[in-house]
Structure formats: structure tokens, C-alpha cells
Design a protein. Structure first.
Length: 727
């Protein structure tokens, strides 16, 4: 049989011809080592998602998949060009869709149904949009947008979030076939293909290094910062033929089919390849690199960045080792079984893990998550046997790629249509019954306190969500203070607050200058502070920044996977500007116990207390009155979501008073700021009785998520806040 040969032609580059050389260029064919590598990759991801503490870096399993995918797809493209001299891109995409879309759309539809049955009704719209973008393989773009939106920072993960990696792969595959067509078919220049891929890999790796330091969300989910991983596998596919040709010259042992019917297992000890020591070292070194990343990386590791090169190079080493050498661990029957179903396992395990706590009505332990993962394995096996394999190997569809493409497009269209219609489905729960009185505190200060205390007591006994809730549950997550939209609540990357934020309120000559200083837990009080400023004609200056405490401490920022350096700069600038304003009063606060300190100090509470005392001392310069507004009580969970699940038993969403405020850090901070001559105002009595902290008072929703209060509740408390600020 003739063999394709690529040879150099002076002044004409590369050309494809045929040769009667009886020794064929070895083809990867079915690779048991790659199948086993797939199994290890998906096991790493599943164990990581189950919370097994040994595998804190199990997310690198995705990087292993990226390299494997880049290698196999590019091998297929290069081989088709070598065999036929052309590349049928339409057929490539049709068969690719036939391979991926049936199983993926099955999971998307099943997840939508499960979300409607078990998840909070408020989440259905967002999950439906996730399904639409997953079906269109652009979910990673949506996650970058949502991940940079502070309003969603406390939201539970989407049951479809794992589709981001499939989106990255498919976006990469929009480019590779076109490059192959141009370089291998039109120009007949394999070297040009290698050069373009090398450039792509280099640029993507550089983008990964840079973006990992400045925007970890975009770096993690973005195709430009992940393309180098797939491109590395693609480059390996182009240089691998020579490697496999060299391996083929070694004497080989006899090949058999194992009891499970999987081809490619080599048995016996005679004819051991001469290159076995080298390939064995590559294989075990590569597996060691992947294992090292899987057990030593964690959520604080800047990723992908240069750290991703460890599992990527490890995977490339295992692929280069091929099937030669003495190692047989990757050919174990169990790994072959899991590897064959790795795509289905990946698709099913994450929705199962996210939905399980709602089904069980409690948080799941690591052991229970592992049991859920086993149940997901059963679903994956069923999907693999009934949907994935029959369609993937359907003779007519493979022979007629056009029909395969039509089927894939139809499945996607049906999924998108169902996702668009899902939010219009009837709610499983009644979202409100009856009408409740508004929260309007009137009269002298003592009367207002008594009124609120009585309303709180009544609220602890109320069981049904009122129909006239303010704000309505569907609008609660968007109930942001006005400064979230006018630029005075600055983003993570910002270094300064705009100058215009120093002249809010309703200023008149000779009246007070009041400053609101802190993070989102200071910004949540803006509706109350602005109402007071409008009435008393204060000049209100607002210095607030996302997740940035005024305390002189160094905190961890997920965006930078390290020190929140922009917060440090902003804090220094804000304190200098506040002192220059010489305000009459500074009201400052921040979230009390949700931020992680850099360096893991031995005395966390003491570090916070010292940091707050230092800031207060700087603000007190010039006789400015400083009020430390203690943090609001912690909510039990995301309150609007909880209420949407429990509209007739709303006390299930209330937090006990002890859990809401009983942390040593709050006490230590209050003691420290008092020692620095600041006044402390504790708002706990405005939220809690001696037993419970209700989440609905009258017709007013107290929390808009799991830790921020709503604007209507803050404004209702304005008269009580004014009395405290006067003292």
C-alpha cells in the first residue's frame, strides 16, 4: 500500500507525494495510555470538586484534557491532509458535533429540569441563560462577565459552570482547522503550520502570565489565556510522527486484545524496546508532574500562569512516551473503563454535586459528595451507552456528515428553546400571600426604638412571605445603592475614588461635612446616610471600594490570587483626602469576618484590631469625630433564594442571634477602636431579638443576598442611625 510522504522541494517549500516505502509511518490509532490519562484527569477534577483535601489542585485535570484534545484533533487533521491532500472542514465540524452535542444537550436539558424541581426559583433565569450560552459554547465569556460583577460574588455556583472548558476547546477548534487548511493544503507548508502554532502558543502563554496577575477570572476562563495549552498538544501532534517513527524501529512484543476487548495492550517480556528506560522516565516523570500539581496547588495558586506549565508539560511527556516502555498503569482495565466515559463523567458530576444539597435540604459532607459522584457515574454510564456511543458510531450519520450536522444543530436548537422558555414555567411555590404593613418608624427616639423592637418580635413569629414585599424577591439581587452606578463605589482595579464623590448629599454653607468610608458593608448604608444628608443639608463624601476594608491590614484578593494591592493604594489615598477635607464626622465600617489576611498571622483577631485602631487614629487627627459602625449581623444563607424556596415557612431562612454576631473578631475590633477614641455604634438591636434575626420585617426584606442589607431596610433605619450619630 502506498504511503504519504512530505518532502522538501527547493524554492517550492513542502509538497505531498506518495511513496512505496513498505514501512508505514506509525499512527497513534487507539492509545490506551491516552485513555488512561483521560481517566486520571477526570478523577482529579471529580475528587477536587468533592472536596477531598488531598487533591486541592485537582482542577489541573482540565489542563490535562486540553493538551490531549489539542494533540488528538491536530493529529486527525494532519493525518487527513497527509492521506488525501485535502481537508474537509465541514465534515470535521459535523463529526465533532456528533461526538459532543448529543451528550452535552442531554445534560443541559436534564439540569434545567432538575433546577426547576429542586433549586430556588430565583435562580432559574440565570441557569437558563447559562444553558443557552453552554449550548452555544460561549459560557466562559459569560462567566468572565459574571465573575467580575461584585453583585454575584456571593452567589452559589451554577450547575452548568463546568461547560466553560468545553467552550474554550470549541473556540480553539474554530481556528485550528482553518490554519491547517491554509498551511497544509493551500500552501503545502507544514513548517508554516508549526510556526503559526508556535507563535499562537507563545502569545497565549504571555497573555496567561500577565492576566493571571491582574485578572484571575479572565485568565482562568478565557480562551486567549488557555489556548497555549491546547496549542501545546497541537504542536506535539505535528512533531510526534518522527518520535513515533523512531519508536516503531524498536523490536516490539506481541500485541493482543485483553479480556475487556480493548486493543493496544502489549503482553509478555520478550522484545522489550531499546528505548524503554527513556520512555519510562518520560511517562513516570510526566505522571509525577501532574500528581505534584494535583496535590500541591490550591485555590491561592496563581493560575493558569506559569504554574499550568507543570501539568501541561507532564501530559506532553506521557503522550510522547506512548505505549512503549515497561509501564502499564495507564492500561489498567478500570482506568480504561473510566477513560472511555470521561466526557460523560465530566458532564454529569458537577450538576449532581451542585443540586444534591438542595435535594437533601442540607449541606453535603465530603463523604456524601463522593456518593453523589458515584451516582453521577451511573448517569454517565447510562448516557454513554444509550446516547453518546450509538450516535457517535452511527454508520449513516458518519457516512453523511450533512445529516450529522443537521441533527446536532436541531438538538442545540431544541435545548436553547427549552432554556428560553424555562423561566416562563409556573413557579413551584407561591411567592407571597397577604399584605403586610410597611416599616415606618415615627415619633421621638424612644418610641422609634420601641416600634422597631415590637416589629422584630412580630417578624420572628411570621411564617408566610407577604405579597407586597419590598423590594420583590425577583428584584432583590439588583437592589444596589445608587453609588454602585455613579462611580463612587469603586471596582477592585481602581486606585482612587472620583473627586465628585466628595460632594454628595445636599450641602449648604456652614453645615456639616460627613464621610462614609469602607467597603460594600459601608456602601449598603448609603441610602440611610444620603436620606439624612438630604434632610440635614450635609455635605456627604463617600469613599467606598469593593471588598476593601479601611483597617490597616493586607487582605487576600481572588482577582490577584494574592495581596489586594489596589486596596492598599486606595486606602492610603482615601485617608489622605479625608484628612484634607477636615470633616466633622467620619462613619466607617467593613465586613467583620469574611476577609482573609495575607501571611496567615498567628493572632488574626489581634491583627484586625490593631489595623482598625491604626486607621481610626489617623482619621481622628484634627479633632474629627469618628464613628465605627459595627458590622451588620450575618445572614444564614442567600436570603432571597431561601425565601423563594420557603415562602410559607420563612423562619427557615432566619439566623439565630448567637450565630449572627457571636464572633471574637467583632468584639476585638470594637474594643480596639474605642481605645483609639472612636465611638462604636452596634446595629444588632435593629436586626435581631434575643433569639433570632428575622429576614422580613413587616413588608420589608432585610437582606438582598447572604450578607448585604436592602436599601429600603437601610432607609427605614435612618432615624435610629441619626440619633446614634448625634451622641
Amino acid at each position: 500500500m502506498s504511503n504519504v510522504k512530505i518532502e522538501a522541494v527547493p524554492a517550492r517549500g513542502l509538497r505531498i507525494t506518495t511513496t512505496d516505502d513498505p514501512r508505514p509511518v506509525p499512527r497513534p490509532g487507539f492509545r490506551t495510555d491516552i485513555e488512561g490519562l483521560r481517566a486520571l484527569a477526570v478523577l482529579l477534577v471529580v475528587l477536587y470538586h468533592c472536596g477531598v483535601t488531598t487533591f486541592t489542585g485537582g482542577y489541573v485535570g482540565v489542563d490535562v484534557f486540553f493538551v490531549i484534545s489539542g494533540f488528538l484533533i491536530t493529529s486527525h487533521l494532519a493525518r487527513e491532509v497527509a492521506d488525501t491532500g485535502r481537508l474537509r472542514i465541514g465534515r470535521f465540524y459535523a463529526l465533532r458535533a456528533l461526538r459532543l452535542l448529543p451528550a452535552a444537550n442531554l445534560v443541559l436539558v436534564c439540569t434545567l429540569v432538575a433546577a426547576w424541581i429542586w433549586l430556588p426559583p430565583l435562580r432559574l433565569r440565570a441557569i437558563a441563560w447559562d444553558a443557552v450560552t453552554s449550548a452555544g459554547y460561549v459560557l466562559n465569556v459569560r462567566l468572565i462577565q459574571v465573575g467580575n460583577d461584585y453583585r454575584s460574588a456571593g452567589a452559589s455556583p451554577s450547575p452548568l459552570q463546568h461547560f466553560w472548558s468545553l467552550a474554550v476547546e470549541e473556540q480553539f477548534y474554530l481556528t485550528i482547522p482553518l490554519l491547517a487548511l491554509i498551511c497544509l493544503v493551500l500552501l503545502r507548508r507544514r513548517a508554516a503550520f508549526v510556526a503559526l502554532l508556535t507563535t499562537l502558543v507563545a502569545l497565549s502563554f504571555a497573555a496567561s502570565l500577565t492576566t493571571s496577575r491582574t485578572d484571575s477570572v479572565a485568565a482562568y476562563f478565557g480562551a486567549p489565556t488557555r489556548a497555549w495549552e491546547l496549542g501545546s498538544g497541537a504542536l506535539l501532534a505535528l512533531i510526534a510522527p518522527q518520535i513515533f517513527r523512531d519508536q516503531a524501529r524498536f523490536p516490539r512484543s506481541s500485541r493482543t486484545v485483553d479480556g475487556a476487548g480493548s486493543p493496544g495492550h502489549e503482553q509478555g517480556t520478550r522484545g522489550t524496546p531499546q528505548g524503554a528506560p527513556v520512555t519510562a522516565a518520560l511517562r513516570w516523570g510526566g505522571l509525577g508532574a501532574i500528581a505534584y500539581a494535583g496535590v500541591t496547588f490550591d485555590s491561592s495558586t496563581p493560575f493558569p500562569g506559569w504554574h499550568a506549565a507543570i501539568p501541561v508539560l507532564g501530559t506532553m511527556a506521557v503522550i510522547v512516551a506512548g505505549r512503549t516502555g515497561s509501564g502499564r498503569v495507564l492500561s489498567l482495565p478500570l482506568l480504561q473503563f473510566i477513560g472511555a466515559r470521561s466526557y460523560s463523567i465530566y458532564l454529569w458530576h458537577w450538576p449532581a454535586l451542585v443540586i444534591a444539597p438542595y435535594l437533601l435540604e442540607r449541606e453535603t459532607t465530603t463523604y456524601e459528595k463522593l456518593l453523589v459522584a458515584l451516582a453521577a457515574l451511573g448517569l454517565a454510564c447510562a448516557g454513554y451507552a444509550l446516547v453518546e456511543q450509538p450516535l457517535r458510531h452511527h454508520e449513516q450519520l458518519r457516512a453523511q456528515p450533512g445529516q450529522a450536522g443537521v441533527l446536532a444543530a436541531a438538538l442545540t436548537a431544541v435545548t436553547i428553546a427549552l432554556a428560553v422558555l424555562a423561566p416562563a414555567l409556573p413557579a413551584r411555590q407561591t411567592q407571597g400571600e397577604g399584605l403586610a404593613a410597611g416599616l415606618n418608624l415615627q415619633g421621638p427616639p424612644s418610641k422609634r426604638h420601641q416600634q422597631l423592637s415590637r416589629r422584630l418580635e412580630i417578624a420572628t413569629r411570621t411564617t408566610v412571605l407577604p405579597r407586597n414585599l419590598e423590594p420583590p424577591l425577583r428584584k432583590a439581587s439588583g437592589d444596589e445603592p445608587a453609588i454602585s452606578n455613579n462611580g463612587c463605589f469603586v471596582a477592585v482595579e481602581a486606585l482612587r475614588t472620583p473627586k465628585r464623590c466628595e460632594s454628595l448629599g445636599n450641602p449648604r454653607p456652614g453645615r456639616k461635612t460627613v464621610v462614609l468610608f469602607g467597603d460594600s458593608h459601608a456602601a449598603q448604608w448609603y441610602p440611610a446616610m444620603n436620606a439624612l444628608a438630604q434632610k440635614a443639608h450635609w455635605r456627604l463624601a463617600v469613599f467606598t471600594k469593593v471588598m476593601c476594608t479601611p483597617a490597616q491590614v493586607h487582605t487576600y484578593a481572588e482577582t490577584f490570587r494574592g495581596d489586594y494591592r489596589t486596596c492598599n493604594t486606595w486606602r492610603t489615598d482615601s485617608i489622605d483626602r479625608i484628612r484634607a477635607l477636615k470633616p466633622d464626622l467620619v462613619v466607617t465600617t467593613s465586613i467583620a469576618d469574611h476577609l482573609d489576611l495575607i501571611g496567615s498571622p498567628s493572632d488574626v483577631d489581634g491583627t484586625w484590631a490593631t489595623g482598625w485602631a491604626s486607621t481610626v487614629s489617623m482619621l481622628r487627627t484634627g479633632g474629627t469625630d469618628v464613628v465605627y459602625l459595627a458590622d451588620t449581623p450575618r445572614a444564614k444563607t442567600d436570603v432571597p433564594e431561601c425565601l423563594s424556596l420557603n415562602p410559607k415557612s420563612i423562619q427557615a431562612c432566619a439566623q439565630s442571634s448567637d450565630r449572627a454576631t457571636g464572633t471574637p473578631q467583632r468584639t476585638a475590633i470594637a474594643r480596639a477602636v474605642r481605645s483609639a477614641s472612636a465611638r462604636v455604634v452596634d446595629p444588632t438591636p435593629w436586626f435581631c431579638t434575643a433569639i433570632s434575626c428575622p429576614v422580613v420585617v413587616g413588608n420589608t426584606l432585610v437582606y438582598r443576598d447572604d450578607n448585604h442589607i436592602t436599601g429600603p431596610y437601610a432607609k427605614a433605619l435612618a432615624p435610629l442611625l441619626l440619633e446614634e450619630l448625634k451622641n
